[in-house]
Design a protein around this ligand. Structure first.
Ligand SMILES: [Fe+2]
Ligand SMILES: [Fe+2]
Length: 309
């Protein structure tokens, strides 16, 4: 079996639609409204292609390439309320994330045959957990009236696990992305409790307990494997920071501090992650950009001449 597989080689059945480039766009987001509008109008054909055949096609046709800023209001995790469409999108996004987390842990086990036996056992344990999470989120998608494959899949999680250095995978996937999952799951549990949806609140609570273990795997193994190698330790820190930064758009990231501390993050690390969030455009800017993109898109549809911005 092949080692070091690329993210676009992931196998999926015909229900799935793939998009691997979205995160690169979001990771290099300009911080002003006009810049964002220019960027999204430039990649509009790509976005249109990505949503073709999914439930988002109708949303795109109505409000244009910045629809995500208007439907998600610049990020779901700290938003108090969710529309039915937002909730379905979020659960679907988590579902494909769990699928890729399963594939990533399996790959890390397979790609490093000389690796530590304990590390392999941890990755195998993680595969088992992630497989269960995939099933849980598939059921939650059905619980809210959604379908697997109704939204396009982005492969950013698996892409972070294509690194040739196992330590960077553990830093990027287990510490950064699974740490991010802890924040999102905490907010989803709170949401379930607030709206009286015990199925969501309880199911996600079970998943969160597992994710803490996975973040802890990352924390412990990065420390262990870089103990006598300050250069490798620095590369791991830089990679984690870079990955964290590319998810800090929206400006209102709320960290699940208690859970993250339990999983091996120090308070100063958490302060740093929180401060990264202020680099990206604020939620207000994103919404303004979404509205301008919508107005320009609708004017074009009416056959009006829309000037360059
Ligand atoms: Fe998971
Ligand atoms: Fe996980």
């Amino acid at each position: 079996m092949k080692r070091f597989m690329d993210h676009d080689e992931l196998a999926r059945d015909s229900r799935f639609k793939r998009n691997g480039s979205q995160n690169q766009v979001l990771g290099s987001m300009p911080s002003d409204v006009k810049g964002i509008v220019r960027l999204f109008e430039a990649v509009a054909p790509k976005i249109k292609k990505r949503v073709a055949g999914t439930v988002l096609e109708e949303v795109y046709d109505e409000v244009g390439p910045g629809f995500q800023f208007l439907t998600l209001s610049g990020g779901t995790q700290s938003k108090e309320d969710r529309s039915p469409l937002q909730l379905r999108m979020q659960l679907h996004g988590i579902f494909v994330g769990e699928l890729q987390a399963l594939e990533a842990a399996g790959r890390t086990l397979w790609d490093f045959p000389e690796g530590d036996w304990e590390l392999k056992m941890n990755m195998a344990r993680q595969c088992w957990d992630e497989a269960r999470h995939v099933q849980i989120y598939e059921k939650l998608i059905h619980h809210v009236g959604g379908e697997v494959g109704e939204f396009a899949e982005t492969t950013f999680l698996f892409a972070a696990s294509c690194n040739e250095d196992a330590v960077l995978r553990l830093a990027g996937v287990n510490r950064c992305l699974e740490g991010l999952a802890c924040d999102v799951f905490r907010s989803l549990i709170d949401y379930g409790q607030r709206v009286g949806d015990d199925i969501i609140a309880q199911a996600v609570d079970y998943v969160l307990a597992d994710e803490l273990t996975h973040v802890r795997f990352g924390s412990e193994w990065v420390k262990k494997l870089t103990k006598d190698d300050p250069d490798r330790a620095k590369r791991a820190r830089d990679f984690q920071r870079e990955t964290d930064r590319s998810f800090s758009f929206g400006g209102e990231r709320k960290l699940a501090r208690a859970e993250r501390v339990e999983a091996g993050f120090s308070e100063s690390e958490l302060d740093e992650i929180e401060s990264l969030t202020s680099d990206g455009p604020s939620r207000d800017i994103l919404i303004q950009a979404g509205e301008l993109l919508r107005d320009r898109h609708q004017a074009r549809n009416r056959g009006e001449n829309v000037p360059e911005i």
